[in-house]
Design a protein around this ligand. Sequence first.
Ligand code: F0G
Length: 358
Amino acid sequence: MVNQPPKLIYKGIIERFREYLPVTDKTPIVSLLEGHTPLIPSEYLSEKTGLKVYLKYEGLNPTGSFKDRGMTMAISKAKEEGSKAVMCASTGNTSASAAAYACRAGMKCIVLIPDGKIALGKLAQAMMHNADVIALKGNFDEALNMVKSITSQYPITLVNSLNPYRIEGQKTAAFEISYVLGDAPEFHAIPVGNAGNITAYWKGYKEYKQVGKNTQLPKMLGFQAEGAAPIVRKKIVEKPETIATAIRIGNPASWKQAEAARDESGGLIDMVTDEEILNAYKLLAQKDGVFVEPASAASVAGMLKLSEAGYFKNAQGARIACTLTGHGLKDPNIAIGNVKEPTVLDADLKVILKHIGF
Ligand code: F0G
């Protein structure tokens, strides 16, 4: 029938969780139908750890990372407030998401990225969505300081996770996990960079418990990269370095909130080496069929590290949700550089059959 309205069954995180979010009937909702990402059970990792492991695959959001949950809120509220331009510092994913949502809202988007240190896919996204991309000769922490200074003086809305609406949107991932499992899991593993996401999940879990949707809270297990682990080292890292460029951050904006999530939940924040990250990255791709970007694998790398150290020995059978923050296609160079190259063969049936073992 020609004139039937489209059946929009799912309308994005704001509509789904409206009662838990600071929006009103007047808020113009800018959405790409983000959220509602799968919670994939991992048989392989469950067997390896003795836990029930679930992978929250946030790479399946519209721009390929969890940032979209926060960005639908930040951009909708910016539009409600009449803002014409938004700005962020980014290791890549925030800029991709901000650029996409700003386009949809008809706003200008300016992004500051560390020159040469963002993954190719993310750069392509920000450029394709027509952001004003400034490659800063400096790192993320320096970029964020610039953005804070500019947005506090000029009429441009900051959409880094210092913007409280970002955290509000991102907390919905904890709601979704709780909904699927019927309660909060016993543990939640998550990569930590600027520390907004661990803050958001913890807020989400607490709110669901307050309203009686959950009976328990998870222990929050956050993981930084060894070369960018200020919270673990209790000290700003001036020159952070890691292969996981998304979390190459030396002075996280939500440092205190991350510590609060850790301490209130009885969890921990630890670090994993680049080697451990790459190992988990490959295991996820090759055992579970889940392709994530390197930073995302920090949650699984951390869980495996703790498992090997006996951390879960009295918690066998407990549920753990691991957030996989971004899609593997974001960073094709790391993927191609770390696995076997394609075999180049002549277009000859015999040669190909021989190669595949016949
Ligand atoms: N994983 C990915 C893929 C990320 O892009 C980020 C952060 C994190 C984990 C860490 O999350 O900062 O909330 O602790 N990326 C930001 C960006 C910094 O600019 O895209 P966090």
